[in-house]
Design a protein around this ligand. Sequence first.
Ligand SMILES: *Cc1c(COP(=O)(O)O)cnc(C)c1O
Length: 363
Amino acid sequence: MNIPFLDLRAPHEELRAELRAAFERVLDSAWFIQGAEVKQFEGEFAAYCQSDHCIGVGNGLEALHLILCAYGLGCGDEVIVPSNTYIATWLAVTHTGARPVPVDPDEVTYNLSPEKIEAAITSRTKAIVAVHLYGQPADMDAINAIAQRHGLKVIEDAAQAHGAWYKGRRVGSLGDAAGFSFYPSKNLGALGDGGAVTTNDPVLAERVRTLGNYGSKVKYQHDVIGYNSRLDEVQAAFLRIKLRHLDGWNERRREIAGHYLSALAGSGLVLPGVLIDTQPVWHLFVVQVEQRETLQKRLLQAGISTMIHYPIPPHRASAYVEGWGDQGSCIIADRLAARVLSLPLDPYMPDESVARVVQAIRS
Ligand SMILES: *Cc1c(COP(=O)(O)O)cnc(C)c1O
């Protein structure tokens, strides 16, 4: 039996009847945009994230983009971003007209190094986007302290970290605002695209909601140049069902990650480090290995699928490489891109599969 990297069939098979009923409910209501399901999901997800407000939006990229727009960022501004992230983090900044300024991560937690942020701050810097990469909370106390000293906004990119804890608080309530993605493979995934913004700032919440709805608060009255970025009723209905399972799924992810961490200690792989007083949700279990291609090929021969997140860092993407002055400035991101390997990890993975991955790596 092959071990897939991620099994998206299993959770939806288990929830098939509930998902069908939710779909029928929306179908019967004949109300597909901005209705009761989205409203209820927003309340439930805000409460889950320990956040005052939640606004459903079209996807994770737009969640981040709308936050930055709502804060008025634009040409001439700079935003600090991790050098090693999914490109969406950078694109959200670029789309406002501001410039993403990459900062290299800590090599063991894969998240922003607070010590390196301050050196990248200039008079143009307006915000820091902290990514909770692979489901591990970034060091938000340290990042918030720097932001406070320099008068910057802090935005969480929580697209990979639904439900993670940082010092007793949920991700999504740790900065000025947070962007979530419900892309199907995320810890909380829709059956299509979806996203959300969470924040404790009522003014920002109102602005994001207006911007995502054609710049309109009252139908046919358009106050600002807006966008169309809304979560729809069908996806919200699905997400409400899946949200009830998120803690259980994340618990199983922690169990598997815990097993990997103990069973692979001393195997020659560099294992991910966890900040104290945090509970990651292990969106991905990413190791570092010198002979990556060899290991990946051997594992595949044993029927085990792995992936690379991400093989090309944003500053090396064709979209960004042109006009990028200093190619040598993201040394750690380059190093990680050459060495990282994501092992299979999903909540429906049986213990025997976890054991087989460990055994295959050890041999
Ligand atoms: C998935 C992801 C996004 C973008 O989310 P979409 O819903 O695909 O637009 C942004 N940031 C990170 C870190 C992600 O993993």
